[in-house]
Design a protein. Structure first.
Length: 247
């Protein structure tokens, strides 16, 4: 056995305090960021809220040709927690992506997409912005094998059509078309743009009823429904705040 001097213990205590302070500072920064993120992320995703819904798509290798074409279904939902907000999609029978998550980047106007390939299950990360034609253009620095290097998403027909273009990149840097999928929103009416009940979580088109204090409200997808059920008072407070600002 050997004795440890009081000075050594004091030095150990100081070092421990410094490490604890650093760890606490890091955790504090993470908590502070998380405390703001959900509202900020949800606000920045407002422009994309019309992606939410169920879609029926027709894929084409060549535009205007049915040769090699296919039919697929895609569902977009909100994924909301007290800390974060994002949009998720799953695509049945897709030839490209089986699922993905779209969320805001670290600066306004930037979006990040993590997408999983239908066949290989490999994941590729994309990032990009809306261009002047209101198309969300997302590019991958290192796409997984057989994955597109660029994905372009565009809503048309008053939000009832979603066009997704997949492109590869040549050695010279040019982007060439791989395929395109034209989705139609299930239950849409192209003849008119009817008024709709607002989702109390996202502000989109509410189709699923939920209850709060004996009254019926609506949400747009299962993700919003789950978040509402876990945080009803907070959701309603934010919803009423948005309504008050519009008056």
């Amino acid at each position: 056995m050997f004795a440890i001097s009081s000075q050594t213990w004091e030095n150990v205590a100081k070092a421990t305090c410094i490490l604890t302070a650093l760890a606490t500072g890091i955790a504090s920064d993470e908590r502070r960021e998380d405390g703001l993120t959900r509202k900020v992320e949800q606000h920045r995703l407002i422009r994309l809220r019309d992606f939410v819904g169920k879609w029926r798509g027709v894929g084409q290798i060549r535009r205007g040709s049915t040769k090699g074409g296919w039919i697929e279904r895609s569902t977009w939902v909100w994924k909301i927690s007290p800390q974060h907000a994002s949009l998720e999609f799953t695509s049945k029978q897709s030839h490209v992506f089986q699922r993905g998550e779209l969320r805001p980047g670290g600066e306004p106007g930037l979006f990040l997409l993590k997408a999983t390939a239908s066949e290989s299950g490999l994941m590729t990360q994309y990032k990009g912005r809306f261009d002047k034609q209101s198309r969300l253009v997302l590019t991958a620095e290192k796409p997984a094998k057989n994955m597109p290097a660029r994905v372009t998403l565009r809503l048309v027909a008053k939000g009832n059509r979603l066009i997704t273009l997949y492109e590869r990149q040549t050695a010279s840097g040019r982007f060439l078309r791989i395929s395109e999928v034209g989705y139609t929103r299930r239950g849409s009416d192209f003849g008119k743009q009817a008024s709709f009940i607002e989702c109390v979580v996202s502000g989109g088109k509410g189709t699923i009823p939920v209850m709060f204090e004996g009254k019926t409200y609506y949400v747009c997808c299962g993700g919003c429904r789950d978040y509402f059920q876990s945080n009803p008072r907070e959701v309603m407070q934010e919803y009423r705040g948005r309504k008050a600002q519009k008056k």
